[in-house]
Design a binder for this molecule. Structure first.
Ligand code: LMR
Length: 303
């Protein structure tokens, strides 16, 4: 996650009923003898867990259960994120980088940002790299090419089924140089419909198949997100990250929205100047609209 030479001390936080299982995870981490793992703190105390952390990966949240309304789960999670924001605000390192994974990820990140005002807003992000990697995977399968040869897809917006996976700027490395994905796929009907819905609904498809939410791919993409943020994106590549909107691409400022970004010296920058066609514009606005509604709902849950 932090490159091949950076030692880490892991701080793991869970709720008291999970303390024993958490200790089991700690035992396994010790047993794995990871050369870069210099220490493990397993705790049910948010203060102990948050003290001096440099990178916080927020995976905790209340899952939606049968019979629960969206508002019920939103209400539980925004209160969790409000209190975790306070713990990070008071105890984490001042330049702590935060990645929110738990759903509703964008809105949880927004609440965390609002209630941890001393953490710079550029350091609070949410995970859409999972969706980005899913889009790369779909293109790689469709074209029977190595996934590492596909680049610069974009996930716009919310980590939800309104997200917009966009291939209009994506390319594939071929023997004849880089070629646009659209030119190679030669099927705009698929790219504008089935491809988009497959990526949008991949999380639900995995839950249906596994009876559990994504785990390996989510963890791997969280590593990718932090690694590229800290160690930089390779030249000519961008990735998707949920970040605080500054109004780029006419997305309302004040939302945590997924944009294409490049990273350098530990900072992300939104890729500017990409052409947005009419089809894409509608999709960018639709997912922004959903995030605006989530924001209002989240605030109503906190009042
Ligand atoms: C995913 O995209 O796999 C998850 O966010 C799905 C979920 O609701 O846990």
């Amino acid at each position: 996650m932090l490159g091949p030479e950076q030692p880490v001390i892991l701080h793991m936080l869970d709720i008291p009923p999970a303390a024993e299982a958490l200790n089991g995870v700690k035992m396994e981490l010790v047993d794995a003898a990871f050369p870069l793992l210099k220490g493990v703190i397993a705790s049910t105390d948010a203060v102990e867990a948050c003290t001096d952390v440099n990178v916080a990966v927020m995976v905790g949240g209340f899952p939606r259960k049968e019979g629960m309304e969206r508002k019920d789960v939103m209400s539980k999670n925004v209160s969790i994120y409000k209190s975790q924001a306070s713990a990070l605000e008071k105890h984490a390192a001042k330049d702590c980088k935060v990645l929110v994974v738990a759903n509703p990820a964008n809105t949880n990140a927004l609440i965390l940002k609002e209630f941890a005002p001393s953490i710079t807003q550029k350091n609070i992000t949410c995970l859409t790299r999972l969706d980005h990697n899913r889009a790369l995977g779909q293109i790689s399968e469709r074209l029977s090419v190595q996934v590492s040869d596909v680049k610069n897809v974009i996930i716009w917006g919310n980590h939800s089924s309104t997200q917009y996976p966009d291939v209009n700027h994506a390319t594939v490395k071929t023997q004849a140089g880089e070629k646009p994905v659209r030119e190679l796929v030669k099927d705009d009907e698929w790219l504008n419909s089935a491809f988009i819905t497959t990526v949008q609904q991949r999380g639900a498809a995995i839950i249906k198949a596994r009876k559990l939410s994504s785990a390996l791919s989510a963890a791997s993409s969280a590593c990718d997100h932090i690694r590229d943020w800290v160690c930089a994106t390779p030249e000519g590549y961008w990735v998707s990250m949920g970040v605080y909107s500054d109004g780029s691409y006419n997305i309302p400022a004040g939302l945590i929205y997924s944009f294409p970004v490049t990273c350098c010296n530990g900072e992300w920058t939104i890729v500017q100047g990409l052409k947005i066609d009419e089809f894409s514009r509608k999709k960018l606005d639709l997912t922004a609209q959903e995030l605006t509604e989530e924001k209002t709902l989240a605030y109503s849950c906190l009042s």
